[in-house]
Design a protein around this ligand. Structure first.
Ligand code: GTP
Ligand code: MG
Length: 174
């Protein structure tokens, strides 16, 4: 007995979507292993990783993460991964307006075909490349707000905001 606080083991099923090369796999690798791989290989199909974090009251939250492949040839597989997901993280690269357009495509697809109660986040990755920025922070904020999404800019390279991104979803654990 811990004085009336029941420690629970919760989980969050999460899917990452977004254009090839935006850094989805690097975000997951940073969160799960605390590493960055500058030579990260394109994902084929999808990959699955999990990471458990402990909250202060000794509740644990297990993130079950589907890291999808962003290359166009795999686009038709995406529903297999977002259908069961409680959380969808849509990633773009702040140096690539094309990837921001692609993120908007994924948001629309999730709105049409995802679960109606799916929680969505918009993530502008590669925030360390601010001198090459081509997507204004405010454009990300505005789009996310219109579509009732979380918004955060991250860097898998420097680890900036990576834990914060995942901590946003603790409240949606079941
Ligand atoms: P697909 O698997 O094809 O969908 O791509 P992905 O979104 O998983 O991209 P990946 O994580 O493999 O990263 C692509 C490239 O971007 C790699 O060369 C990474 O090293 C680089 N990269 C990823 N995140 C960052 C970041 O935060 N900053 C910088 N500077 N480079 C990054
Ligand atoms: Mg990948």
């Amino acid at each position: 007995n811990d004085g009336g606080h029941d420690a629970k083991n919760l989980r969050v099923k999460l899917v990452l979507l977004g254009d090839s090369g935006v850094g989805k796999s690097c975000i997951v690798l940073r969160f799960v292993r605390g590493q960055f791989d500058p030579t990260s290989k394109v994902t084929v199909g999808a990959s699955f990783l999990s990471q458990t974090i402990a909250l202060q009251d000794s509740t644990t939250v297990k993130f079950e993460i589907w890291d999808t492949a962003g290359q166009e040839r795999y686009a038709a597989l995406a529903p297999l991964y977002y259908r069961g997901a409680a959380v969808a993280v849509v990633v773009y690269d702040i140096t690539s307006p094309d990837s921001f357009s692609k993120a908007q495509y994924w948001v629309k697809e999730l709105q049409k075909h995802g679960s109606p109660d799916i929680v969505m986040a918009l993530v502008g990755n590669k925030a360390d490349l601010n001198e090459k920025r081509e997507v204004a922070v405010q454009d990300g904020i505005d789009y996310a707000e219109k579509n009732r999404m979380f918004f955060i800019e991250t860097s898998a390279k420097t680890a900036d905001n990576i834990n914060e991104l995942f901590e946003d979803f603790v409240d949606y654990a079941t």
